[in-house]
Design a binder for this molecule. Structure first.
Ligand code: HSE
Length: 304
């Protein structure tokens, strides 16, 4: 009878102009404690997750079942206790972490021996784009592109940045935030948007964080269309800039916004922003370097 733990980080997609392509892992986690037994039992242990009345309705179970079926396997019955400090529908990758947890659950329970490339492909199939699932799987900052149906990716070293997130109490569903986007851009707009993204990434890689932040805030792919859906969009950017943030952008599809600032200055920025936006959870976060982890040595964990 197997027992193990799967843990997957939160993530923030886009970094401004890296729409559907760039994401970074953050140090909040979804954790599954899994123990094989003679029947199915799924229990949510987090304030962010609603109680499970029927295990078959559970999203992580459904992803794991589909993944097992891709390999003509049946999931063995088990007890799963789920813990999480990633808020739902806030743009912090809660869905991607659940997707990757489901893929890994099937991988472990059915001995699928999936490669990282397969995990990324499956996660992207379920999510629709790779920018959250890639950092959730690998950790760090990950740049992805889908080319000839293959997902290519590069994980770049997380630079000397602090990250501060402004998490409102309201939710915004990704599908709602994607509906406001245009289906196509003119050649002129597409060229300008891609130039902004290129320069943002080049600046990030060469440590020119000031320019990277400026380019983050010049996105033309999604932020101009989503701004009206995001509470305090302009004032959060303005106040964060006053407190020396390099750049402040919508985290994924929002409504959370996220600032990048020089290492060591995050706490000060968070304090300032908390005083300006008292209704928000202002969180100083780290870029998670570990990505998805599986631990087989969980005999002493009480949650089992
Ligand atoms: N790139 C995605 C978006 C991330 O901005 O819609 C959220 O799923």
């Amino acid at each position: 009878m197997k027992q193990f733990r799967i843990t997957v980080p939160a993530s923030s997609a886009n970094m401004g102009p890296g729409f559907d392509s760039i994401g970074l892992a953050l140090n909040r986690r979804l954790t599954l404690f899994v123990k094989e037994q003679g029947n199915w039992e799924i229990k949510n242990n987090s304030e962010f997750l609603s109680p499970v009345t029927n295990y078959e309705d559970n999203f992580i179970y459904q992803i794991a079942k589909q993944t097992a079926e891709r390999h003509r396997k049946i999931l063995p019955e088990c007890k799963i206790t789920v813990d999480s400090d990633i808020p739902l529908a806030r743009g912090l990758g809660s869905s991607a972490s659940a997707v990757m947890a489901g893929v890994e659950l099937a991988n472990q329970l059915c001995n699928l021996a999936l490669t990282n490339e397969q995990k990324l492909q499956y996660g992207t199939d379920y999510e629709g784009h790779p920018d959250n699932v890639a950092p959730a799987l690998f950790g760090g900052i990950v740049i992805t592109a889908i080319s000839n149906n293959e997902i290519e990716y590069v994980q770049i070293p997380a630079p000397g940045l602090d990250v501060v997130a402004y998490i409102p109490s309201v939710e915004l569903k990704t599908e709602t935030a994607r509906r406001v986007l245009p289906d196509s851009l003119s050649r002129k707009s597409a060229a300008a948007a891609s130039a902004t993204s290129n320069l943002m990434l080049a600046s990030l890689l060469t440590g020119n964080y000031r320019l990277a932040g400026t380019m983050m805030e010049c996105d033309l792919f999604h932020e101009p269309y989503r701004a009206e859906l995001i509470p305090n969009y302009q004032s959060i950017k303005r106040e964060a800039k006053k407190a020396e943030a390099y750049g402040t952008v919508i985290s994924g599809a929002g409504p959370t916004m996220i600032s990048f600032i020089a290492k060591g200055l995050g706490e000060r920025l968070a304090k300032y922003m908390s005083s300006k936006f008292p209704d928000y959870e202002v969180a100083t976060l780290n870029i998670d370097q570990d990505g998805l982890q599986v631990d087989q040595q969980v005999h002493s964990i009480k949650s089992l």
